[in-house]
Design a protein around this ligand. Structure first.
Ligand code: ZN
Length: 42
């Protein structure tokens, strides 16, 4: 879950998700904009 930087709404489901080494990247879309959340995997 990530907060939209534009409207502050919480977006539950990422529309794209992938791994880059030890980092998991989740891409969300809201307000016609895309924003990403980076999750470090331990
Ligand atoms: Zn939004």
């Amino acid at each position: 879950m990530a907060k939209c930087p534009t409207c502050r709404k919480e977006v539950e489901t990422p529309n794209k998700e992938w791994k880059l080494g030890k980092i998991q990247i989740k891409q969300y879309e809201c307000c016609g904009k895309k924003f990403r959340e980076y999750v470090k995997m331990i």
